[in-house]
Design a binder for this molecule. Sequence first.
Ligand code: ARG
Length: 399
Amino acid sequence: MGRADKVILAYSGGVDTSVCIPYLKEEWGVKEVITLAADLGQGDELGPIQKKALDSGASESLVIDGKERFVTDYAFPSIQANALYESRYPLSTALARPMIAKMLVEAAEKYGADAVAHGCTGKGNDQVRFDVGIAALNPSLKVLAPAREWGMSREETIAYGEKFGIPSPVKKSSPFSIDRNLLGRSIEAGPLEDPMVEPPEEIFAMTQAIADTPNEPDYVEIGFEQGIPVSLDGRALGPIALITELNDRVGGHGIGRIDMVENRVVGIKSREIYEAPALLVLIQAHRDLESLTLTADVTQYKQTIEQTYTNLVYQGLWYSPLKTALDAFVKQTQERVSGVVRVKLFKGSASIVGRRSDLSIYSPDLATYTADDQFDHKAAEGFIYIWGLPTRVWAEKTR
Ligand code: ARG
């Protein structure tokens, strides 16, 4: 008896996921492996990937375009929640995993598979996100993770693959481990494992080195409707076009790099380099528009919600009851977060230099220091008396 009959395998075209195909069949008695390559804008050519899967023994090789759903259903809600893990990482990789989990489960249901599989190792966050995501979407499916169990070194993996006609990588493989999609790139391993080592310029692909950025600033006006970015400089754009164009414009000014040591779910600290130009600027601009359109108490309370939300997403709990409840809170707060934010892009930094909204609750009549001032200054005195009363009483009793 094998571990499963028919398996949908999350497939990237790399050696490790390719080796999973014969491994599942030979070692774990799986009768049929169907691969699924999710196109989330990683920029790989998907035609060759399809052939590779079939050559490695897959019975069928699916390539599914998930870009629009990825941005609309995962990135946009995360922007509404201003989600930055440990105040810095905009979850560009983390958001892709629940999307892929959903695509795997949908394929398993469509093709009558009894299990899904992925090529994650046992040290990362992604295995947690896949396993928990899949369990939440369809708890009757088995999850197989061969690379978590096989215990082969890189060389052994390549040698195992060669036995089944999987070609070993032609060029000397890069020391870096890179994950990429439309939202960003995550780069780790190799020399970066020393947190003191400066990231070499060649690892970056979405952001310019400051030395090569224009000497004139660029200004971009980002339009939001109910917390969702919908236009650049007054031009309405669909989700994919908006992210793509903004990545280029922002990245061209050297904006969007992050270098951090982060705390993984499995307890390990890891040094990670990120590029996420559009996503970072969208969160910055969105938060700014909220400052114009939300009340003080909602703005401040939302920050605690945002932190919990971000941790849930990072930790693989996208499909969880608490996350669903927080989604409802965030969605409710976004009703009036519509308007335009003006961002200046220059030499590695994005600065918000203006914002406007028809739904603004900023009141010039109250804020102004000119003769137009409508604020009742005399009312301040009584307010301060009552506001400070407990402190005054305390001081009188204790001095
Ligand atoms: N640490 C990030 C996360 O957990 C990214 C991991 C992606 N993998 C990589 N090869 N860099 O979301």
